[in-house]
Design a protein around this ligand. Structure first.
Ligand code: MN
Length: 250
């Protein structure tokens, strides 16, 4: 039986002439990547009061990318001019999901905003704007370089403190990049698995868990043309299958 992987969507405000609608939207590439890895995706709209019950019904978790985390969540008293579309309900839901996923060792892959939420949920902080707050940064928004989303734009060095699951034999990896924020202070229990040349943390692992991993890039947009990126989803699905089997055996 395939494992079910819950994916968090993004709130999306949609201004029409007659009405403003808020939707919960998910880029289709996340679904495609989870399906290609052999799992069944299930989209999870934010319902913070029921995060625990939701976790009972899934075998793995995927936090998708999106807008910025509320700086108050990590103790910044200011909101940088570039910090955008803060959504406290999404923050609350995803932080609850992550803390509970950790407590029960639920396999979890956190992408882009997701690695930032993971860091904040476990006690870390964020750089609100790389371009403004980091000396000599790389271009982490590759749209400014005219590079398409399925292509990489910068390198990361792998294995600083721990291996990135699926890339144990590699020292470097080329990744795409669509972020203006990044991890500042790493949460005490996380370990760096990949770092860009300008010092930006690009992947983290929570040691002692079956598979709790965050990446700052978007493997779901790359895996068709760069199949090595599918290893992250394969890792999530394998761990989720093992989790499902373990629960069924109780
Ligand atoms: Mn980057």
């Amino acid at each position: 039986m395939k494992p079910v992987i819950g994916i968090t969507p993004s709130p999306l405000r949609d201004d029409a002439a007659h009405v403003t609608r808020e939707r919960f939207a998910l880029t289709t590439t996340y679904v495609a990547a989870v399906v290609a890895s052999g799992a069944i995706p299930l989209i999870l709209p934010p319902v913070p009061d029921d995060a625990l019950q939701l976790l009972d019904r899934i075998d793995g978790l995927l936090l998708s990318g999106g807008a910025d985390v509320d700086p108050a969540r990590y103790g910044d008293a200011f909101i940088h001019a570039t910090t955008y579309d803060v959504h406290p309900l999404r923050d609350a839901f995803e932080i609850d999901l992550l803390r509970s996923a950790r407590a029960r060792d639920l396999p979890t892959l956190c992408i882009c905003r997701g690695i930032q939420v993971l860091n904040v949920a476990l006690g870390g902080t964020l750089i609100q704007d790389i371009g403004d707050q980091l000396a000599n940064p790389l271009t982490h928004r590759q749209q400014e370089l005219g590079i398409s989303a399925d292509q990489p734009s910068h390198q990361v060095a792998l294995g600083e403190s721990v291996s990135l699951p699926g890339f144990e034999d590699q020292s470097f990896l080329m990744v795409n990049s669509y972020h203006h924020q990044a991890i500042r202070d790493l949460a005490p229990d996380l370990r760096v698995a990949a770092r860009a040349a300008d010092g930006v943390i690009e992947a983290v692992v929570l040691p002692g868990t079956s598979f709790i991993v965050g990446v700052q890039w978007h493997p779901e947009m790359m895996f068709h043309r760069h199949p090595e990126q599918a290893a992250l989803f394969r890792g999530l699905t394998i761990a989720s299958t093992a989790n499902r089997t373990a629960l069924a055996g109780r």
